[in-house]
Ligand binder design. Structure first.
Ligand code: AMP
Ligand code: ZN
Length: 491
């Protein structure tokens, strides 16, 4: 079987690059994880659907994947310029709860969304507070040459490494990536790697360090967790596009200080060979936020009756580097497309000899499916073009007169990358069923059976009455629906 080389867009070099693993046959990937002070919104989850598709593609291409995602439970401030409060401390104070309880609650909510979106478990979830001694050691090792102390903490001097900020693209009015706020900084972009607890204050989370009691900076955490678990340099570092501007340039500066201080013309000096960023999910009104308007959590979509994988489908329809606008109509369309896929897949599923066949087994026998698998491979290998890959999957399922086991095998391999769970989803799982609905499916089916009898007896008055009765309970009867759906529950 032929295979297309995997090309990925490296934000650091700003070009497509062929993936060349640091360790032959392996792929080591680190994704910046959530700060668990609140529920993730579906925009945040787009970042993990993207990282999951990347991981699945690497597995599909035959690499042994080690994926790490962190959980930030300390250190992420409300303000990029080191002047704000720790997001976790702030939420804990507002709720009068312990940070540990807040962290556990929201990490569990995040993991539930991960599961609902069929995002594969990474090899390791690193929890920031479990790496504090390693963070202090890292900071100690770079402190002399690259840091200075102010009353508020230990700061990284960005002028001590070559090419600081090469990754960033945003140009602010004052110049590229300008950040100030804390008095006494040597350079506007210098950032705290250790934040001292102010005299007379007590934080819920604080640790002893050579710079006094305090807490690590958010950027330090990711440098330490990625390096500890994956070893520098590792293959790919991912995050949302906002991280390209401050968080990742700062991580890179620390990694350079730690390894060699050399410039970024050699990407490996940054700590990772490739830096990848997903673009934002936006709302028509603008940036998605946890505080303004309707808070778009995955649970809200589920409460309105949408299967969560319809949202995954919505993400896959767009390229990860393009902005994606969320709308309920768009979600509805994605749900219908997913339903069609599930129904088409069912037709072939009985022919699937899971575990016994690979697309390679069809190579000699079935020119048609081989060509489609090769096109699918080319799509995902071209910087994860999931939109094209989906079309190829649909074409595969629409084949006629082709060896059924080859179609089933090809489609199942494609879905291992798309992660739409086509082998397990039932058409009925995808019915719109808002949480507020009280009528049960059995009750609906019973009324529909009566209505069928009435229609068979040409008693249209009864048939209409039954339809109206269902409508009064939010059930729309769908006579003649192209997908063969009998009914749906409205909002
Ligand atoms: P946070 O918990 O704020 O650190 O965010 C978790 C992940 O979501 C990060 O990789 C962010 O870059 C990413 N992210 C934040 N907002 C969005 C959005 N609207 N669309 C896509 N990704 C986002
Ligand atoms: Zn990070």
């Amino acid at each position: 079987m032929t295979s297309t080389p995997l090309k990925l867009f490296n934000s650091l070099t700003r070009q497509l690059e062929e993936f060349q693993p640091v360790h032959p046959g392996e792929a080591r990937v680190y994704s910046c994880g959530p700060t668990v002070y609140n529920y993730p919104h579906i925009g945040n989850m787009r970042a993990y659907v993207f990282a999951d598709v990347l991981g699945r593609t690497l597995s599909f291409k035959g690499y042994k994947l080690t994926h790490v995602i962190n959980i930030t439970d300390v250190g992420h401030l409300t303000d990029d310029a080191d002047a704000g409060e720790d997001k976790m401390e702030k939420m804990a104070a507002e709720r009068a709860q312990s940070i540990w309880d807040i962290a556990r609650h929201y990490a569990e909510a995040y993991w539930a969304d991960v599961k609902a979106l069929n995002i594969r478990q990474p090899a390791k979830w690193t929890i920031a507070t479990e790496y504090i001694p390693a963070m202090i050691d890292f900071a100690k090792s770079i402190a002399d040459k690259h840091c200075y102390e102010l009353d508020s903490g230990l700061y990284f001097d960005v002028s001590t490494v070559a090419d600081y900020g090469r990754l960033a693209r945003a140009v602010t009015e004052e110049g590229e990536g300008r950040i100030d706020e804390v008095d006494g900084k040597r350079n506007a972009a210098d950032f705290a790697i250790w934040r001292k607890t102010p005299a007379g204050e007590k934080r819920q989370m604080e640790w002893d360090s050579p710079w006094g009691k305090g807490a690590p900076g958010w950027h330090l955490e990711c440098s330490v967790m990625s390096g500890e678990v994956l070893g520098f340099p590792f293959d790919i570092h991912t995050g949302g596009i906002d991280h390209r501007e401050i968080h990742h340039p700062n991580e890179i500066a620390q990694n350079q200080a730690f390894c060699c201080t050399n410039g970024l013309n050699v990407p490996a000096n940054s700590g990772a060979n490739i830096w990848m960023h997903n673009n934002f999910l936006i709302e028509r009104s603008g940036k998605m936020s946890k505080s303004s308007g309707e808070f778009l959590r995955l649970q809200l979509l589920i409460d309105k009756g949408y299967h969560p994988l319809a949202y995954r489908m919505m993400c896959l329809q767009a390229h990860y580097r393009s902005e994606l606008e969320f709308s309920w109509e768009g979600l509805q369309a994605a749900l219908v497309r997913l339903k069609r896929l599930v129904m088409a897949y069912r037709k072939w599923a009985d022919n699937l000899k899971e575990g016994r066949m690979t697309p390679g087994d069809c190579w000699e026998r079935e020119r048609v499916t081989n060509a489609l698998v090769a096109r699918f491979d080319a799509a995902v290998s071209g910087d994860l073009n999931t939109a094209d890959a989906l079309t190829v999957l649909e074409e595969t399922l629409a084949l006629k007169g082709t060896a059924p086991e080859c179609v089933a095998t090809a489609a199942s391999h494609m879905d291992r990358v798309m992660g739409l769970n086509l082998g397990h989803l039932q058409r009925t799982d995808l019915r719109l069923r808002p949480k507020a609905a009280t009528i049960t499916e059995a009750e609906i089916e019973a009324v529909l059976a009566q209505r069928k009898e009435a229609r068979a007896a040409k008693d249209f008055a009864t048939s209409d009455r039954l339809r109206d009765e269902l409508a009064a309970q939010g059930v729309e009867v769908m006579d003649g629906d192209v997908l063969g759906w009998d009914w749906k529950l409205g909002e």
